[in-house]
Design a binder for this molecule. Structure first.
Ligand code: UPG
Length: 448
């Protein structure tokens, strides 16, 4: 690696949750390979230290948490984030102060998850460049930027008007107003407050997005124009660097079970690291899955509501249940033919990268955006809307794995897979974006 005279340490600030920690650590690995030293700042309930073996050489420091983990349950995600950002500024400034002393001021930049915008106060105080990473899609970032500018009163009034709701959002085709990611996470006013805070507090020099230009070309072009700072689509980060240790223990026995199944016959079901379903919906799903006669591998996380006994018995006869799966290995397994997903962005990228078509059952606004892209833009999946009921589940599984249309969906998924894999190879769009980002860091650092 060439020796440079510029500052080479980068401080990373991930947000809590596997879906946020994973891409941040992978970005760290990429920058490590480019010759930077990495410091990760974690909170107590955002422990990444279990990953230290996979990321040798990373310095991991813990700041005192200004909020207890139990507050997340009590406040809900939106209020939690708004409060966390108000209460974490001082401890993070202290932390950066110590790091500056420890590393002889050798810090090139702070890269923070867009929800950890308290980081800006320290960046400003110590005159350090900052860069934001968005771990969800470019389309979601575009929506948030759009929402940060709307008049809350007018927007709320429009939400009552079906005609206004059906209109396509200017320059964000195919999204309609009713699909903007504002619902389900908390009162709309507070979601808008968070969007405004995220954008208002931001003084970053650049934005990194865990996406690929072939997946979201138009949203990326929109962001380029709107943000007025460089936007770097570096994804999918999970194929450019190894995953950090899972925050939960992976049950590897499911791979042995998959080894015994026919090629492309299994439907894999996972709702990510945060969501839980109600018992009624899970029971209907279980019945529909059993009726479909396709084998299934189902992640039911610890702490989920228990299934009624007779359903549980049937499920364990026809499928395989784990508390946490090695998801990337599962999706790459030849026996897996489809993925029933909540459409978290990481799961979406992981499925696209393996060419696995999806059944989309999104919960939150941002997941709904991903579902729209999967179903209507890339056309590699189907969405289940409304009540989950056993007949609907059975039909969806058959459409995805058995019916005629499954072949064309799979074909499109395989074409997309190749494009995405090419993007991280020498000369591909994400490969080039990373090179540009590194050059940019060196330039910004020299001029700051
Ligand atoms: O049994 C499992 C289940 C999940 N995973 C991994 O956990 C991650 C889950 O990430 P994601 O699919 O993005 O879901 P969430 O954990 O729900 O992620 C949150 O963060 C994402 C990125 O910002 C958002 O897109 C989501 O809506 C939000 O809920 C993925 O890397 C999976 O591979 C496993 O390894 N094993």
């Amino acid at each position: 690696m060439e020796k440079m005279n510029t500052k080479r340490r980068i401080v990373l600030v991930p947000a809590p949750g596997q879906g946020h920690v994973t891409p941040m650590m992978q970005l760290g690995k990429l920058l490590d390979l480019k010759g930077f030293s990495i410091t990760v700042v974690q909170g107590h309930f955002n422990q990444v230290s279990s990953s230290s073996q996979k990321f040798p050489g990373f310095q991991i420091v813990t700041i005192p948490e200004s909020l207890q983990e139990s507050e997340f349950e009590r406040l809900g995600p939106i209020e939690f984030l708004l409060k966390l950002n108000k209460t974490s500024k001082a401890s993070f400034k202290d932390c950066i102060g110590h790091l500056m002393v420890q590393h002889g001021n050798d810090i090139a930049c702070i890269i923070y998850d867009e929800f950890m915008y308290f980081s800006e106060a320290a960046a400003k105080e110590f005159k350090l460049p900052s860069v934001v990473i968005n771990t969800s899609s470019a389309t979601n970032q575009a929506c948030r930027t759009f929402l940060s500018k709307v008049n809350a009163e007018k927007f709320l009034a429009n939400m009552e008007d079906p005609q206004a709701q059906d209109k396509v959002v200017e320059n964000l085709h195919p999204l309609r107003y009713k699909e903007l990611p504002v619902s389900d996470m908390g009162p709309v006013e507070r979601v808008l407050d968070l969007c405004k805070d995220v954008v208002k507090e931001r003084r970053a020099f650049a934005v990194i997005i865990n996406t690929v230009s072939c997946l979201e070309n138009s949203s990326l072009a929109w962001l380029d124009q709107e943000l007025g700072i460089p936007v770097y689509p570096l994804g999918p980060l999970h194929i450019t660097a190894p995953p950090p240790s899972s925050l939960r223990e992976e049950d590897m026995s499911c791979i042995e079970w998959l080894n015994k199944q026919k090629p492309r016959s299994v439907i894999y079901i996972s709702l990510g690291s945060v969501l839980s379903m109600k018992t009624k919906e899970v029971s209907e799903m279980a019945l529909g899955l059993c009726d479909s006669n396709q084998p299934f591998l189902w992640v039911i996380r610890q702490g989920s509501e228990p299934l009624p006994e007779e359903v549980s018995k049937m499920v364990s006869e026809k499928g395989y249940i784990v508390k946490w799966a090695p998801q990337m290995e599962v999706l790459a397994h030849p026996a897996v033919g489809g993925f029933w997903s909540h459409c978290g962005w990481n799961s979406t990228l992981e499925s696209v990268t393996e060419g696995v078509p999806m059944i989309c059952r999104p919960f939150h606004g941002e997941q709904k955006l991903n579902a729209i892209y999967i179903e209507s833009v890339w056309k590699i999946g189907i969405q289940i809307e409304g009540e989950v009921e056993r007949g609907v589940v059975e039909r969806a599984v058959k459409r995805l794995l058995v019916d005629e249309e499954s072949a064309s969906m799979r074909e499109r998924a395989l074409v997309l897979k190749e494009k995405v894999k090419a993007s991280v190879r020498n000369g591909g769009s994400s490969y080039n974006a990373l090179d540009e980002f590194v050059k940019y860091l060196e330039k910004v650092e020299l001029s700051s």
